[in-house]
Each structure stands twice: as C-alpha cells, then as structure tokens.
Design a protein around this ligand. Structure first.
Ligand SMILES: Cc1cc2nc3c(=O)[nH]c(=O)nc-3n(C[C@H](O)[C@H](O)[C@H](O)COP(=O)(O)OP(=O)(O)OC[C@H]3O[C@@H](n4cnc5c(N)ncnc54)[C@H](O)[C@@H]3O)c2cc1C
Length: 410
C-alpha cells in the first residue's frame, strides 16, 4: 500500500501535492535536458498553498505538523518531478523550524519572537518568502562549517562558500550554518544564519550541471562579508559537537527527503506495469506481461517497494510519536532517532535504485533512450545516497557505532 496521510493537515498537503503531479511531469523532461529551474512549478506551489504547508491555519497555511505526512506529500510531488520535490522539501524544512520556534515562543510568551515568527510564516503562506537551506561546503561537514559569522558593531558579517544550494534560483532567503566566536571567549560556536538573497556580497555561481536532479537549481553560493543584523544569527551549540537540539534538527530537516526517492520508485513501478502491458512480442502472443521474466521482475519491484514504504512509514511515524510525547529528547534519544532515519534512508535509497533499474529491464531498450522518463529517473534516483546526513561511506559506521554503544562521529 502506498503511503497515505494520517492527519487533517497532512490530507490537505497530500491532496494538493497529488494535484501537481501531471503538470510537473509535463515540464520535467525539458528542464532536465536544459538543466534549468522550473520556476513555473513554484508559481503553482505558491498558488496551491503547498509552500505554506507548515504554516498554522490561523496564519493562512495548511497546518501540517506530521513528519510522516510531510514525507508522503514529498513522495507524491516526486512522482511528477523529483527535482521539484527536493527543492520544495528544503523550503519546508526551514519553514517547519520557524513554525516550531513560533510554538516555543508562544509557550514562553516571548512577544518579540512571536511577532518575528508570525511575520515570517505569514510571508511564507502568501508565497512571498521562499527559503533554501544550505549546510554543505567543500572539504568539511555539517558539524564543522567553515563559513564564518563575525560580530560587527550592529550585527554580523558572513563569509564563506556553500555548495549544492538546492532551490536557490527562486529563494529569497538563505538559511545556513556558520562558525562563530563564543561571546564569552569559550570554544567556537555553531550558529544558524538567515541571509536575504541580494544582500551585498552574496554571489550565486550558476554552476549546477549534474548527472541527475538537474532541475533542482543546486548551484554554489559565495558569501563575501555579507552584513546582516543581530537577530539574523542564532548560536546553537559548540562547533564540531552534537547536542540534542542540533541533532534533532538535522534529522527533522532531512528525513522527509527520503520521500522523494520513494516517489521515484513509485513512478518507476507505474511505468514498468504500463510498459509490460503495452509492449508486445510475437513469442508471447501479445503483451510481454505474459512473460514469466517480466512477472518476476515486477514481483521483485513490489517486494522492494513494500520494504521501502514500510521503512519510511515506520521511521516517520516513530518520529511523530516521539515529538508528541517528548519534543525535546536527550542526546541518546536523539541519536536513536537519527539511527532510525539512517536505517530508513538506506533501505529506501538502495531499494529505489534497484526498482528503477528493474523497471528499465521490464521496459527494454526504449527505457535507455534519453527521452524516456525512466532514463531520467535512473539518474535522479542516484542522488539519494549522497544526501547528508549521512553519505554511504558514513551511514553504516554511524549505525554500527550506535549499536555498539560507542560515541558516534559527527
Ligand atoms: C541533488 C543534490 C541536492 C543537494 N541539496 C543540498 C541542499 O539543498 N543543501 C545542502 O546543504 N546540501 C545539499 N546537498 C549536498 C549533500 O547533502 C551532500 O552534502 C553532498 O552530496 C556532498 O556530500 P559528501 O559527504 O559526499 O561530500 P564530498 O563529496 O566529500 O564533498 C563535496 C565535494 O564536491 C566537490 N565539488 C566541486 N565542485 C562542486 C560543486 N560545484 N558543487 C558541489 N560539489 C563540488 C568538492 O570538492 C567538495 O569537496 C545536495 C546534494 C545533491 C546530490
């Protein structure tokens, strides 16, 4: 059974996502070939309200809160265009954080933070604010950003280079992690910064030219002495060290991305079934669906799909349950949550790659042609394992260290 939404906000989001599939698919091949960003898809996502999924209903949004339903909506969008699915996911990851901070501010009665959060979320719901999330830098990792935030008389100066900045061609705000000095002279701190697109010193590199996800706009961004006001940088912990908040944020910001790769697998299966019914060969007296080799491949696809769906459903349902009962878990629980996410990510990605490959076998040589949707999906699905956290070279070590009770490496 395909993933289905479990909450009212989730149903609204998934219904909207499903309504976008056909139009996004119709545009996908052209943008893939050109390596261009499908801005029209984001016009549609603004109009439909999908960009405001995490905004509370009273601020004009869809009121989505469930991580499981978020990943289900991303899965549906990916059936139309995987590049748009990962691009939307980045924006939703940051806006979900803003909505969570607003709930915290409301609980504390912090009027200033409430006004800031409501202002941002109102702009998100109306489609005026699109936010991309960038952590990746050449030669380092998430916990050890080399992009610096240096205090100035009236705020901060941000300098560095970020790569793989998905959705940046249409975003108007970058959310990024930075290294900052500790105000009390201790070890350097990790911080999160908001930098408006167009801030003097921000230089988008227009260099995205990749094997797959070619319409995701994941260009590099250079920041040279970008000046932002005091409230634009939030210090969240010691540079190079996990703490529960940063670790949960890393899990919550990325787990739904797995949905995009499940969506690719779902679409590949649809194409395989259609191809098996449509393609005829004399030796089978009609459609190749009558061939046992094709039937076995489709059986393998469905078995792999069942494992992938179950794994993502289980991990995201567990996160929803955890957040409902223990929204601020300790470090050990947060590592357990990251471990579950890593297990689901591995299971979905490995199965999705195999499913697309088998779907190509079913559809035959035609699927190898550049114009065939499966050949694009074959390239797009290969992006999944690279998505941090963690890469294939790191993920199993992380899970294994947790199993052994050893401190995980960042
Ligand atoms: C399709 C796609 C979308 C992504 N979107 C985001 C995102 O929105 N935000 C985010 O923070 N991360 C994003 N990532 C990055 C991802 O999470 C990983 O961090 C990234 O794949 C590198 O991880 P790695 O550990 O394998 O690094 P490594 O492969 O060890 O490091 C990346 C290396 O790539 C080399 N490189 C050279 N030129 C470039 C270039 N122009 N672009 C990229 N790399 C270059 C550099 O040498 C660099 O050290 C995206 C990745 C992909 C494939």
């Amino acid at each position: 059974m395909q993933l289905e939404p479990t909450t009212a906000g989730g149903r609204r989001f998934v219904e909207i996502a499903e309504a976008h599939i056909e139009a996004f698919r119709a545009r996908a091949a052209e943008h893939d070939r050109a390596g261009s960003f499908p801005s029209e898809n984001f016009d549609d996502l603004r109009k439909s309200g999908a960009v405001g999924a995490f905004v509370p209903e009273d601020l004009g949004g869809l009121g989505l809160e469930s991580v499981q339903d978020w990943s289900t909506g991303i899965e549906r969008i990916a059936r139309g265009d995987p590049s748009t699915a990962i691009a939307l996911n980045m924006h939703l990851a940051v806006s979900r954080n803003v909505a969570q901070s607003l709930r915290g501010a409301q609980a504390r009665g912090d009027a200033e933070a409430i006004a800031r959060g409501e202002g941002m979320l109102g702009a998100v719901a109306s489609g005026q604010l699109l936010i991309c999330a960038t952590a990746t830098e050449p030669g380092t990792d998430f916990l050890r950003p080399n992009t610096t935030a240096t205090p100035t008389a009236d705020g901060w100066s941000i300098s560095g280079r970020k790569i793989f900045v998905t959705m940046s061609p249409v975003a108007n705000l970058y959310a990024l992690n930075v290294r900052a000095p500790d105000p009390e002279g201790g070890p350097d701190r990790m911080g999160f910064a908001f930098v408006p697109v167009g801030t003097p010193g921000v230089v988008p590199q227009d260099d995205w030219d990749a094997l797959g996800m070619r319409a995701s706009g994941s260009q590099s961004i250079v920041l040279e002495d970008c000046r932002v006001p005091t409230g634009s940088v939030q210090l969240v912990g010691t540079w190079g060290e996990w703490n529960p908040g940063v670790l949960m944020g890393r899990t919550l910001g990325n787990v739904s991305l797995i949905g995009a790769f499940l969506g690719i697998a779902e679409r590949a299966r649809e194409l395989a079934v259609a191809g098996a019914r449509k393609t005829t060969k004399p030796k089978y007296d009609g459609a190749i669906a009558g061939a046992s080799g094709v039937q076995h491949l489709l059986g393998e696809i469905d078995i792999a799909l069942a494992a992938a769906r179950a794994s993502l459903r289980d991990a995201t349902a567990a996160i929803d349950t955890l957040l409902a009962h223990n929204p601020e878990p300790d470090l050990e629980t947060a590592h357990g949550c990251m471990r579950d996410y890593q297990c689901a990510k591995w299971t979905v990605n490995q199965n999705a790659i195999g499913i697309v490959s088998r779907a190509m076998d079913v559809c035959g040589g035609g699927a190898f042609m550049s114009g065939h949707e499966l050949s694009r999906l074959y390239r797009d699905v290969r992006a999944g394992p690279f998505m941090q956290p963690f890469s294939p070279t790191e993920a199993r070590e992380y899970v294994g260290r947790i199993a052994l009770g050893l401190p995980p490496k960042g």
